[in-house]
Design a protein around this ligand. Sequence first.
Ligand code: HEM
Ligand code: HEM
Length: 195
Amino acid sequence: MRSTASGRYNGVAMTLHWLIAILLVGNILLAWYFNTLTGLPKIPPIQVHKSIGVTVLLLSLVRLGWRLAVPPPPLPPSIEGWSRFAAGAVYVLFYLVMIGMPLSGWALSSASVIIRFKPILLFGAIPWPTITALSHLPPAPMKQAHEAFVAVHGLLAKLAYALIVLHVAAALRHLLLLRDGVMGRMVPFLRAPAA
Ligand code: HEM
Ligand code: HEM
């Protein structure tokens, strides 16, 4: 395949990578913003947050399926040992974040009485189901489930911050210090290393 021969991710993988990156970072910034609000003004940005989050879930599942169907180009041989392991570990944990954040968000939102009266409406238009096993719990276990999923959502957010810092630092190190073309594997207009 041409993309593999040039040591570059193909167009679908690149498009999904950048779309998910923008939406995921945007959704974190949106959460930081709505966390500064209280009461009714908090509701509209939370609705947008849920819509973007579910979009990230669907795109990430497509991306995972694509990655399994069309394996990424092999890492250049210059990346060896610890760096190779670190890159792999960061990617696996990123998939955990990309899928786990929306799922825990969906779960914490479902474990609430309000959701029965105000179900999730993606971008104000497309109905998204509620996890009824959670929305129909008796009040005390529902509160416990809600708090547990809020905690998971918050923990995964911290993991996301760490991964983003590591990943962007690694990408910039390859671009500016090592100049080995690794950035070009994911950025269409940069030079990619030969496979
Ligand atoms: C913050 C959201 C981001 C997420 C969730 C993310 C996730 C990933 C994942 C999972 C991969 C592995 C390839 C795959 O499975 O498709 C990857 C590769 C890559 N990412 Fe990101 N990324 C993000 C942001 C960025 C940014 C801001 C940059 C550049 C500064 C970047 C540069 C790269 C590069 C160059 C690769 C290819 C590395 C290689 O395998 O040679 N990413 N990213
Ligand atoms: C890309 C996916 C997502 C990211 C990166 C993300 C990120 C965040 C972050 C950083 C917070 C603040 C956490 C804190 O203050 O500890 C938050 C809160 C929240 N998220 Fe998400 N989220 C995502 C998906 C979702 C989805 C799909 C839903 C619901 C369907 C959702 C519902 C919520 C709610 C209701 C809160 C407020 C929780 C509370 O403090 O009561 N999130 N999210």
